[in-house]
Write a protein of this length. Sequence first.
Length: 408
Amino acid sequence: MSVPPTRRLRLAWGGATDQGRIRANNQDAMYADSGLFVVADGMGGHQGGEVAANLAVRTVAKADRESLAQLRDAIIEANQVVHETAIKQPELHGMGTTLTALAVSKEAENPKFVILNVGDSRIYRHRDGQLEQLTEDHSYVAELMRRGEIDEQAAAVHPYRNMLTRAIGVHADVETDEWVLDPVAGDRFMLCSDGLTNELDDSEIAEQLALEQDPSATAKALVGLANDHGGRDNSTVLIVDVHIELVGSTDADPPEDGEPQSPIVVPPDAPNLPDDAAEEPSVEQGHSSAVKHRSWLYDRVRITLGTAIISLVLLVTSIAMVTTIGWYARSGYHVSVVANHVVIQKGRIGGLLWFEPTLQQWTEIQTVQLTGQDLRRLSDGEQMSDLAEAQAFVANLRTRLVEAETGN
Ligand code: MG
């Protein structure tokens, strides 16, 4: 009498990251091991973005994350670590990061994939030639698209297309979007930063994923294409292929449909665990770096001693200058109009140098509801000293609108 073979989940993965053709450094970070895959895209002047992305990824990688709840807690912890670091170090003030994670949850009899997302990095699934975006962007333009106010073409050129409505580290609390999926043999997941999706459309991405090349080669090809298309941002791609093996059989293919299927198990020692699971960042030079079987995947710039000394002097001067300008540019809040809505933005009206105001809070109040006087006033922007004052201004405006509507 034969014993049915055990079905075992096996994942193969590979990643690539590149600073692109415009940016001076790479503020993306990624992490991969046998059960956790993360991409983060940092934001913030000076070194803030790089610090935020790396801090968040490290925190999640070190935490327990064998269930959805544990992974959620790990992301909440990452949010606290980034937020508190930003408060303690003025030069990092305002830093934040996206974070998108795919993990194997072992809490049930059968392993599941869990996906958690904050921000506009994305996870896609490629199955049977079809590409599907699984995560939803937490960005201002995505919100406008969901409300049917703009289409994809308008979103691609929208002046606020980089504005996030949710990110790790910006506020004391964070909310995650979550999905749970069953492992299906042949599925190919792609985690990526917006540096890829702003340069390539879905059909170009699907074409590469369908080639069924090795995950590292695929990731490298996609990042290379992002650079060929302009490379205006850092781009990062992490590919995860799902295999279900029959243990005790030489046949590594998934069972046919209709065949009796035993539960899928996760091997105690996954076959493609990194050789060294120690938490040492791997050092990668600044160009395309496809990495497989490694835990830490960060871009680092290697500098010589001579250039280091000159750079240090320039850096100290620049930090002082940038910190002062940045502090002023980000100080205060203003109420203004974006895409026909009244919003609260952090920073000076119109921005200062490369410091753009960031969306703090958007409201349901639309410009069509405003009087001509309010519309003129808010179109120019109304500077406030702090968030409370801006919120009080909006509350007052809302009250006036309700009173005007009800005739009180
Ligand atoms: Mg980016």
